[in-house]
Design a protein. Structure first.
Lengths: 261, 388, 349
């Protein structure tokens, strides 16, 4: 069995988000990590590898330093790594990103593609299903459990108040929730091997069956009209009421103002 | 000369830090309070190869270098001194001598399961009447047919009752050296469960309280002849070589404890308010922190240098790393004691209560000035080299 | 195909088990505003099996027209027949705007359909407006500024950044919208909409997965991450018994109880109710911090809440630094009285 796991390198928000003195986000001060949902997806793939001897290829699109996330995946036990990086691919929205990744995947053999449900920077949850669409594959999003039986996958697909047990024939695409599996750690030896391993690097020219008009900033249907790093919320009002009743009155007033009650 | 860490070491640091935070830290208080050996942490470390970091892959290890191993002990010790010493005693004091002096058969039988973490290792040199002075050894081994018969006891043995494989030193005869009659000492590999090998007192310690420190008792304990480690009579050299490596492990433990205490103190002084401002706004706090951080950094430089020197030994065994190891341990241990003491002081009353980790770190730090050669012994090693 | 051919504001009327999801009404409420700004109509797209009877309630909540795609294949949600259904409606009827709820269904259906009809999709929007793109015309290129565009505002990066996005060159302009943000209108009893039946035909292929089983959650543990209102207590509450007054408040206002780490460490409440760095990160609409001092680790887990109300007797408690409304006082007196006042206010409504 051949599995492709799509991963993304994202800034770490654990331990708080760092800000510049002007209130904007200090991306440089934050560690780059493998997106948590993607890591759970990778773990699912590695468990299938442990069980059935699957070959696991990790693939990412990003800046050259995204290779670090690929090395981490290799150090956890992935077999091969592909980095898709090219200036012309920058500034892509989910449409252009999924077009690019699908173009890269067309060069590879696979039975199963696993992506994370969503990345903690964009939170869109769109790229996984859109890759499936471009590749004309069945998609099962929000997987909280994954099993393989013969040429089929059996997935618990999570919804708000329920889950469906869904069966699909491979090849197919699954988007993983971080609760799917607690991911394993790297091993020290795995790290040393990963740092020596060769990472396949592809650019625009290596993408199969994609048109330039669908790539990068220019190929993105959505355009940013305005972006601002939200200024951190400061202190609001504070009152020292003369009596508890005054305090209560104040809260009720505010709640009605905000249409809470 | 290059002070930047390689990609490998950066990633390894991330790994060890994450593991320590997720696995060792949540148990650290319980380990200390209840003298609990953190078996579940050790099992996880085994699974991820932490018990065979500097061992070549052909022997079930990870094929990494000494610095990687040192960073593992350091990161674990930042959150749990007990976890740090368990890895250090296992790797430096049991895995290393078998890897260095073992026969191919011994490596096959013992090194592989030790490096894979299927078995845990320990080291028995110290006796009630013999610490660093190996000549005080009373434990005897007598060859009887195809077996060595061990009689005697060892004390203060880290991983004592939890280990499976022990490197044990015993007197195997007398030799004349420069006109003096000296005890001939040899090293042996003893397995847990061997008839005649039992455990004595469990020590109730000030710090590293989960590390299972026991007395080992040998009463007509018969082990196969082939479990002699290295040549007969070379035990003293093996012990000294092993302790040189062990000191790097303990130096890493001390470094980790100091770093852990410093990190917590920085966080605490930012949060704690007195007289309307954070105590980190007071110059006394700032200067104390500056001194602590500078010493920690200096200790780190010595510890990493010793690790590099031992690495050089691994590739070219003509090089000695005794002095580097002694300096690293001496300095890191004293820094650990000083930094943890200051950390408690900067925490004020909270520093004296159990909930605020630095109290435990201060107790854990003390042992690093004592075991595997006290600070005084390290000074002897260093000065002897200066004055030879 | 020119962009002008696309018109009207469409809403995917999500239903589960033959019941319209609340988000559908919220979307209709917003769609009404947008349609008014554009001088267009609100159209609901209802996909399902035996769901035609639901059209009237969509009309009552603001739909001028309801397109019903009714087919056995649509009985239980699956990406494929639904994506085919919605994409076919888009291709056939050509909406200017297509809104979908950012639910576990919409966040799967939306991206699939947008990729199929080759348009952009903005996820998890919290604000939608009609306006110009670019917001300010580029000097010398005033004629290139497009008017009457859907401007979609969404938080990203865990709410730390916020962006407004447009989709100027593709139609429909698609957005998924976060539940609980938009206001539904007061239903107009007896309102009727034009109902159009449409079935593009459903032929199962490899992309139709099989739903073997539907397992409804029977969990008695509350997921505080989904709560709209949280009444959170800290060590200042004083005892596990005293959490009763917080539970009463939560019951009165329709929220859930959560707590700080100190409370969990003291064994007063289970770990899954803990808010903070070592607990859960929550973003409710209203967060009451009661007897919580506001240690950094706690604040990190709740500072993205829309409205933070803190009650604490310590005037210098750091929680007041992040609270929108802070009340210095005795929680034992304030909270029970607040509960009564809220009950009264709710009863009046």
């Amino acid at each position: 069995m051949k599995i492709i796991v799509c991963i993304k390198q994202v800034p770490d928000t654990k331990g708080g988000v760092k800000f510049n003195p002007d209130g904007t986000l200090d991306r440089a001060a934050m560690l780059a990590i493998m997106n948590p949902d993607d890591k759970a997806g990778l773990e699912a793939a590695l468990r299938l590898k442990d069980q059935y001897g699957a070959e696991v290829t990790v693939l990412t699109m990003g800046l050259p330093k995204a290779a670090d996330a690929l090395r981490e995946a290799l150090a956890m036990g992935a077999d091969k790594a592909v980095l898709v990086t090219d200036r012309v691919l920058g500034g892509a929205d989910t449409w252009a990103t999924s077009t690019t990744i699908a173009g890269a995947i067309r060069n590879l053999e696979y039975d199963l593609i696993i992506t994370g449900r969503q990345a903690i920077d964009g939170d869109t949850a769109q790229v996984g299903p859109q890759i499936a669409e471009h590749l004309q594959l069945p998609v099962i999003s929000y997987a909280q459990d994954l099993k393989v039986e013969g040429d089929k996958v059996i997935v618990q697909r999570q919804y708000d108040d329920r889950y469906h047990v869904v069966e699909a024939k491979m090849p197919c695409l699954i988007t993983a929730l971080s609760e799917l599996n607690p991911p394993r750690y790297m091993t020290p030896g795995g790290i040393f091997d990963a740092c020596k391993a060769e990472i396949t690097t592809w650019g625009r020219a290596d993408l199969k069956d994609v048109e330039d008009c669908n790539l990068g900033l220019n190929g993105s249907p959505t355009k940013i009209a305005k972006a601002s790093d939200k200024v951190r919320k400061g202190a609001g009002e504070k009152i020292v009421p003369d009596s508890p009743s005054d305090g209560v009155k104040y809260i009720v007033e505010k709640l009605s103002e905000k249409h809470v009650i | 000369m290059d002070f930047t860490l390689s990609k490998e070491h950066e990633m390894a640091r991330t790994l060890f830090k994450e593991f320590a935070e997720n696995e060792a830290k949540p148990l650290a208080q319980e380990v200390d309070e209840n003298e609990m050996f953190p078996r579940q942490t050790v099992d996880k470390m085994a699974k991820y190869g932490f018990l065979g970091i500097p061992v070549p892959k052909e022997f079930g290890g990870q094929g990494c270098d000494i610095l990687t191993y040192v960073m593992c002990v350091e990161e674990l010790s930042k959150v749990c001194g007990t976890s740090g010493v368990i890895v250090s005693a296992h790797t430096s004091l049991c895995v290393d001598p078998i890897m260095t002096f073992g026969t191919p058969e011994q490596k096959e039988k013992y090194l592989i399961p030790l490096a894979k973490g299927e078995k845990l290792g320990a080291f028995g040199l110290t006796e009630p009447g013999a610490g660093t002075d190996a000549q005080g050894q009373q434990t005897k081994a007598v060859l009887d047919g195809d077996e060595w018969v061990l009689n005697g006891s060892k004390c203060f043995i880290t991983n004592g009752k939890e280990a499976d494989v022990y490197v044990i030193f015993a007197v195997t005869g007398k030799i004349e050296k420069k006109g003096r009659i000296m005890k001939e000492i040899s090293a042996f590999i003893v397995e847990k469960g061997t008839p005649g090998f039992t455990f004595g007192t469990k020590e109730n310690k000030m710090g590293i309280r989960g590390s299972s420190t026991y007395e080992l008792i040998f009463t007509d304990c018969r082990i196969p002849k082939e479990n002699l480690l290295g040549q007969q009579g070379k035990g003293f050299n093996i012990a000294m070589h092993t302790l040189d490596g062990g000191r790097i492990g303990i130096a890493a433990q001390a470094l980790g404890i100091a770093e852990g205490a410093l990190e917590r103190t920085i966080a605490y002084t930012k949060e704690r308010k007195q007289f309307g401002k954070s105590i980190s706004a007071f110059q006394n706090t700032q200067f104390q922190l500056a001194d602590m951080a500078t010493k920690v950094e200096a200790a780190k430089a010595l510890v990493y240098k010793a690790a590099m020197k031992k690495q050089e030994y691994v590739t070219n065994n003509k090089v000695s790393y005794s002095v580097e190891a002694a300096m690293a341990k001496l300095y890191a241990a004293e820094v650990a004691m000083e930094v943890t003491t200051k950390a408690v002081q900067l925490h004020g009353g909270y520093g004296y209560i159990r909930e605020y980790e630095v109290e435990r770190m201060m107790r854990d730090a003390k042992i690093t000035e004592i075991y595997e050669g006290t600070s005084e012994v390290q000074r002897m090693v260093i000065s002897a080299n200066l004055l030879k | 195909m020119s962009l002008e051919e696309y018109k009207d504001v469409y809403v995917f009327a999500q239903q589960v088990d033959g019941e319209i999801s609340g988000i559908s009404y919220e979307l209709l409420g917003k769609a009404k505003d947008l349609a008014a700004a554009l001088g267009q109509k609100v159209v609901a797209v209802l996909l399902g099996y035996n769901v035609k009877g639901l059209a009237d309630s969509l009309a009552e909540y603001g739909a001028d027209k309801v397109i019903v795609v009714d087919d056995k294949e649509l009985e239980v949600y699956r990406t494929e027949p639904y994506a085919h259904g919605l994409a076919s409606v888009i291709n056939e009827f050509k909406p200017e705007i297509m809104l979908v709820g950012a639910t576990a269904i919409g966040r799967d259906l939306g991206p699939t359909v947008s990729a199929r009809v080759a348009t952009g999709l903005t996820a998890d929007c919290t604000q939608l407006d009609i306006g110009d793109f670019p917001l300010v015309a580029i000097p010398g290129k005033e004629s290139e500024q497009k008017h009457n565009q859907l401007l979609m505002t969404r938080p990203a990066f865990g709410g730390n950044t916020i962006a407004t996005i447009a989709c100027p060159n593709n139609r429909p302009q698609m957005a998924t919208v976060r539940p609980g943000v938009m206001q539904k209108i007061e239903p107009v009893k007896g309102a009727k909409a034009e109902v159009v039946d449409y079935n593009p035909g459903f032929t199962p292929d490899n992309r139709y997965v099989t739903v073997k089983e539907v397992v409804k959650a029977v969990s008695d543990t509350v997921d505080i991450m989904n709560a709209k209102i949280l009444v959170s207590g800290g060590r200042g509450v004083g005892s596990p018994e005293n959490f009763k007054i917080l539970e009463d408040l939560a019951a009165a206002i329709g929220g859930e109880v959560s707590c700080s780490r100190a409370v969990v460490d003291s064994g007063w409440k289970p770990k899954d109710l803990q808010v903070g760095q070592t607990g859960k990160t929550v973003r409710p609409h209203v967060y009451f911090a009661i007897g919580i001092s506001g240690a950094i680790q706690h604040v990190a887990g709740m500072e993205e809440s829309d409205i933070i109300i803190a009650i604490n007797k310590d005037e210098d408690a750091p929680i007041f630094d992040v609270a929108d409304y802070g009340i210095v006082g005795d929680l034992n007196k304030i909270v029970p009285e607040l509960t009564e006042s809220i009950k009264k206010a709710m009863a009046e409504k």
